[in-house]
Write a protein that binds this ligand. Structure first.
Ligand SMILES: [Zn+2]
Length: 207
């Protein structure tokens, strides 16, 4: 399968954290009519994971090959990934609005937690230790572990949690971590929602 990068919609990775980029794998996430699912097949999940640097090309190819021989399991993993993504989206949407996440979504994240950390090991690095994903090409859902880890890391960090925001270009709905010094970031992307807001304001003022 050499066409792994062919025909792939690659959403910009603007969230600033892996779990937020994963939450943004729906276009117009806050709209019931306009929203568009990007993870429509297991292959697309793999392609996104490659795009987001969770998987290396060789690992992606191994997983795709494995999925071909276990189509039912691959479909199940896709459903599981989408369910997890929606929970992550709901949790951080509420957090961005200073509200408490609902327990159903936290339960789904907690369920994924045991599995996620079971596939990781602490390894010594240069100035600190790091978590390394073990043989993620062994199981079809291997790419979910770092996403879960990323979500947990924001949730347990007061500093990061307070910086989770939702794009003001409603109903874009994309989430991001505002790392600007004065916490002034308002849009997922200045080039996209930011410009649209500016154009709208210009039109409004002219009227
Ligand atoms: Zn936006």
């Amino acid at each position: 399968m050499s066409d792994i990068n062919k025909d792939v919609h690659k959403p910009d990775l603007l969230g600033g954290r892996l779990c937020l980029d994963f939450a943004n794998t729906v276009s117009w996430h806050d709209s019931s009519e306009k929203s568009q699912e990007l993870l429509t097949s297991y292959e697309k999940l793999i392609n996104w994971s490659l795009h987001a640097n969770i998987l290396k090309e060789q690992q992606s190819l191994s997983l795709l090959k494995k999925a071909e021989s276990q189509p039912a399991k691959a479909k199940e993993v896709l459903q599981q990934a989408v369910e997890l993504r929606e929970s992550i989206y709901q949790i951080f949407s509420l957090v961005s609005n200073n509200e408490t996440p609902v327990s159903k979504d936290l339960s789904i994240l907690n369920e994924a937690l045991g599995n996620a950390y079971g596939t990781m090991r602490v390894v010594p690095g240069k100035n600190k230790f790091s978590l390394e994903l073990l043989n993620c090409e062994e199981t079809l859902d291997g790419m979910l572990s770092p996403i879960v880890q990323s979500a947990i890391e924001i949730l347990i960090s007061e500093k990061e949690l307070s910086r989770v925001k939702k794009c003001e270009g409603a109903p874009c709905g994309w989430l991001f971590l505002d790392t600007s010094r004065n916490r002034s970031r308002r849009w997922c992307s200045m080039a996209d929602c930011g410009n649209r807001a500016k154009a709208k304001r210009f039109y409004h003022n002219k009227k």
